[in-house]
Ligand binder design. Structure first.
Ligand SMILES: [Zn+2]
Length: 208
């Protein structure tokens, strides 16, 4: 699987394009504000979009889904616990961020434990609530997409509607820090890192 990172929108959200090389089937993790740009990139690569996987309902991660789905197709997947936020523009922060299109209708809501296939590549859903009630991470091979749950040297804020700091730390401890050190972490904002580096150096995770 090839992972391409695109930094999109005013909040510099990471949109990830995952392509299963032999089959040309693709998934996008968090289309951010760049639905059209991602659709063009997929077309140029000759890739077929199967899934639009969102880590949580905030508009800086989901805002591009409408254009991307219209242009490239693909099932729109969200965390069940964020359904309310996604369907309410004020709590998805869409109202605060100009230029974001409303997300399309939800095709599938996940709660953790599901998996998706692009060609021979399997992508697993891990429930990591805390940043939002429906926050999820996606794991495929050595790649882990953590949205706004875990960043390099930081963790997601939990003061936004539906946030819960204790739950977020519990999710990181039980679901993410239990993964191997060499697992590559692709966060929703900022540079990629590894589970081992965050276990050793992340100031928010010392002693958890
Ligand atoms: Zn967020």
């Amino acid at each position: 699987m090839r992972v391409e990172t695109m930094v999109v929108g005013p909040l510099k959200t990471n949109a990830y394009v995952l392509v299963d090389e032999p089959s040309g089937e693709a998934a996008v993790v968090d289309p951010g504000a760049a639905g059209l740009r991602i659709a063009d990139a997929l077309k140029a690569a000759g890739a077929t979009l199967k899934f639009i996987l969102t880590t949580h309902g905030h508009a800086d991660h989901t805002g591009g889904a409408f254009d991307l789905r219209r242009k490239a197709g693909g099932e729109y997947v969200v965390g069940e616990g964020d359904r309310g936020q996604i369907e309410s523009p004020s709590s998805s922060l869409a109202a605060m961020i100009p230029g974001f299109a409303n997300p399309p209708a939800i095709d599938r809501a996940v709660t953790g434990g599901e998996s998706f296939e692009i060609g021979d590549t399997r992508i697993f859903v891990i429930a990591t609530p805390g940043h939002t009630p429906g926050s999820v991470s996606y794991l495929s091979g050595q790649a882990l997409f953590t949205g706004d749950t875990l960043f390099q040297n930081s963790i997601g804020r939990y003061d936004l509607p539906g946030g819960d700091g204790e739950l977020e730390l519990q999710s990181i401890k039980d679901k993410l820090l239990t993964l191997p050190d060499q697992m590559i972490v692709y966060p929703g904002h900022g540079p990629s890192t590894t589970i081992g580096e965050e276990r050793a150096n992340n100031p928010f995770l010392q002693g958890v």
